[in-house]
Design a protein around this ligand. Sequence first.
Ligand code: MSP
Length: 524
Amino acid sequence: MADTQNTPYYITTAISYPNGRPHIGHAYEAIAADVIARFQRLQGRDVRFQTGTDEHGLKMARKAEEQGRTPRDLADEMAGYFQEMCAALNISHDRFIRTVEEDHHRASQSIWERMAAAGDLYLDRYEGWYSVRDEAYYDESELIEGEGGEKLSPQQTPVEWTVEESWFFRLSKYEKPLLDLLRSDGFLEPASRRNEMIAFVEQGLKDLSVSRTSFDWGVKVPGSDNHVMYVWVDALTNYLTGLGFPDETENYAKFWPADLHLIGKDIVRFHTIYWPAFLMSADLPLPKKVFGHGFLLARGGEKMSKSAGNVVDPQDLADQFGVDALRYFLMREVAFGKDGSYSPEAIVERANGELGNAFGNLAQRTLGFIAKNLDGSLPQIFGHTDSDNSLFEAVDQAITREIPQHFENLALQQGVEAWLKAVFACNSYIDAEAPWALRKTDPERMQTVLATLYICIAQLGVAISPVIPASADKLLEAMGINPKLRTYDGIRSHWYSPLAESNFRLDKPTPLFPRLELPANEDA
Ligand code: MSP
């Protein structure tokens, strides 16, 4: 798509609390953001991608205290695991931000000063409910009753009564502009999450407590000895810090406002009410889109929790099934925006059936046949038939329309389905044309069929590369596809004949996706 060439695209994930090791929910969000970032690069966009850890606040302070260590020590250890997870899952971020970093303190203090200058901050006393698990203030009317009659937050986490001196932010002042924003097309997606936010604003917004005095693990409020910022004020500011804010940097000019904040459904309120209000107050442009994805649940749709013993380390899944099989499964299985669940059986089934049998075998059969029967030189084209042309058309339709449109709309599952449909078309073609049977009867036709498949396989390899980057690169490398051609436009150009006429030789291919077995102890 020519209109996206070189246009900037800034995507962020939520920054995770490093109060424990990363779990599969964190991996899911990082992978989805990575697929989108890689897809946008394929479209020729100038992408910036940020992820990281949210290290301040009471939740971190308490966890550290429980473990008899400093919050910084806990953050250092756990942030390391989050960075390792990103490396292991092949996440292509440009910056991994940690909110303890010096530039982040400076950015947070700057946005604070801008809100103060707008007359939106005042000192008062907070008296009300707070959930440390959610790092959120709740109104009495929002609370629900737990099984033992205790009060719980709407996310079913414990709340505690809190009384302390606090700075307040005039959130109430922004009701009207926030309603306009939430009602505008495209700001908050999926649309199903909008009504809840609109209802929350419509029932009237109270001013928000934005500093704490009962502990000191946070960013200092400018000019104050005893206040640290409410952790969400600094956490949300990370999206600006990473671009060099408050300095007028090239990155800031190029990438702000963000194109997409990708977050989970539990933190939509912070991103679509508090964050835009802070930005309006600070007189800064608003992000273009916030997408609240669903939750990944354990086998049987259960919520993951330490007490249920069903928390899964993404590293274990990647080790067991392979990084690309895991990435593919998560994008393919779960309708993006809805909740989904996973199980080892489901991963094995998708990976073996779709990656292994449908795509892997197609590539293996075609490339293996060329390597063996043509001695590795690429087949020549002796004129295409209608059946070749209709395969080209099906693949072209997928890679120029369906896949990019779905990915652009964040319908990631449909994007993968469109790819799979084109893979199936190639499988039907190879079965119908049966190049192995043509070897003796019509060697020229055999070559044309193999060349047709070669072109389509490379195109489909590029198209799915955001989802399975390492396997796609391995395939495209083996096929001699110049890295410069590995974009939607590049792979549709006339690269085949020059490659076939060059001295490139195809080696005997190695299988892309080893067949997965269920581990013995995973019997259902
Ligand atoms: N620190 C805040 C976010 C601050 S963003 C300025 C936070 N951290 S978190 O560690 O609890 O969650 C990080 C992200 O992971 C959030 O987007 C959250 O919705 C997502 N997920 C946490 N558990 C999840 C699942 N089980 N499934 C999918 N995503 C989940 O919130």
